[in-house]
Design a protein around this ligand. Structure first.
Ligand code: PMP
Length: 385
């Protein structure tokens, strides 16, 4: 007989084709599927075919474990977008930028006493969880940056994570700590025209980028670091050699193919046009829906001049950082969950319970469902006052 179809919570009916009203809007994860339609439109350009006997060697052309061609394309893309200085910078590849977070912490904690690792609340949780997980003698996570700002005689080398634009709130950030004992890791995962104005090329000592939020190929696990100091570069390279002898060549091939495809699209404008338009539209829809609400608010991001577009542009962040306005103790995650929206708790980012993060970078269906659920939640407010 016919196999019985097990529907998930979002679909019902004998062949699971009927959309179920019980389906929650799941905007928890930062899965960058908003770019899927772009690659569907450019299916041939993004495709990769590899023969079975191809690229078997540990090395490219028998000398390097990183693709020089890929490195060249990364530098060219930064120059085209104007979001980072690559001149005089070394490049290290990683298994996503996730791997490079700890590679960077390791490389910067080159001293006899443990370095203190900090980030500013609300911050991306991996900085803390990874640093704790490795339980190294060389570094330890010591909390929110603000706790260390005024301690002028901190007897410790410090490593500050700076995320710009920030995950979760989309703000462009600068380092907080200063001084000779402070080193910084600038995480620029979202410093692309999809998500933010590009006021100037980033020019910091150690910068991290990822393919995940640029082309959307999160599953390919590819990130890179731009490094000014040669000694730091050597330490990072040594780490990646030790643990994996570099990044999969298949991954590098996929990354190269996507970057090449980007340049074929109107010399690298197409994908950002698509990304920015999509993200901007979503932000405008959400902002408009919330403009009358006293119950919820989202972060304000000022319009800024964008050197990539050569004009002032409004916000288009990857995430909404939503605040429940009713009372300080309110558990915003629960409020949303009861109304069919799965968000991410503010506490994940070190913030209060009245904050949650809503991902705006998933599929159009995910976003549409979010708005459907949100609008019905907001209409209760209008009804009950
Ligand atoms: N940094 C930030 C701020 C992120 O949001 C993410 C992914 N959500 C990463 C780094 C890691 O991304 P990946 O490992 O996919 O490169």
């Amino acid at each position: 007989g016919k196999p019985v179809c097990e529907c998930n919570t979002c679909f019902a009916g004998p062949d699971c084709s009927q959309f179920s009203p019980a389906c929650p809007a799941d905007v928890d994860s930062g899965n960058p599927l908003f770019l899927e339609p772009y690659w569907m439109q450019h299916a041939a350009k993004g495709a990769v075919v590899v023969a079975g006997w191809h690229r078997m060697s540990y090395a490219f052309n028998d000398h390097s474990i990183i693709s020089e061609e890929l490195e060249k394309h990364i530098r060219k893309l930064h120059e085209r977008v104007g979001n980072a200085v690559t001149e005089g910078r070394f490049i290290v590849f990683g298994v996503g930028s996730t791997q490079l977070l700890n590679v960077a912490v390791h490389a910067l904690s080159n001293s006899s006493s443990p370095a203190g690792v900090v980030a500013t609340i609300p911050f991306y949780p991996a900085y803390k969880s990874q640093t704790n997980f490795f339980r190294s003698m060389d570094y330890k996570f010591v909390g929110d940056t603000s706790m260390w700002k005024n301690t002028s005689d901190v007897n410790m080398n410090m490593i500050e994570f700076v995320t710009s634009p920030n995950n979760p709130d989309g703000q462009l950030k600068k380092a907080v700590l200063r001084g000779s004992s402070v080193k910084t890791i600038h995480d620029h995962a979202y410093y692309w025209p999809h998500f933010t104005a590009i006021p100037a090329p980033a020019d910091e000592d150690l910068m991290l980028f990822t393919l995940s939020k640029l082309t959307g190929h999160a599953g390919s696990r590819f990130g890179w670091a731009l490094i000014k100091d040669e000694e730091v570069y050597e330490r990072m390279l040594k780490y990646t050699d030790q643990i994996s002898f570099g990044v999969s060549h298949d991954t590098q091939l996929i990354a190269l193919q996507q970057l090449k495809a980007i340049f074929q699209g109107n010399n690298g404008s197409d994908i950002f046009e698509f990304g920015f338009t999509t993200m901007r539209k979503r932000w405008e829809i959400l902002s408009k829906a919330l403009s009358e609400s006293n119950r919820f608010s989202i972060q304000k991001i000022e319009p800024q001049f964008c050197t990539f577009y050569q004009q002032l542009r409004g916000p288009s962040p990857a995430y909404a950082w939503l605040k429940c306005e009713r009372d300080e103790e309110e558990d915003c995650y629960e409020v949303l969950r009861e109304n069919g929206i799965i968000s991410r708790r503010g506490s994940v980012y070190g913030a209060e319970r009245r904050y949650v993060r809503l991902s705006l970078i998933k599929t159009q269906d995910d976003f549409d469902l979010l708005m459907l659920r949100f609008n019905s939640l907001l209409s209760q407010e209008n009804f009950y006052g």
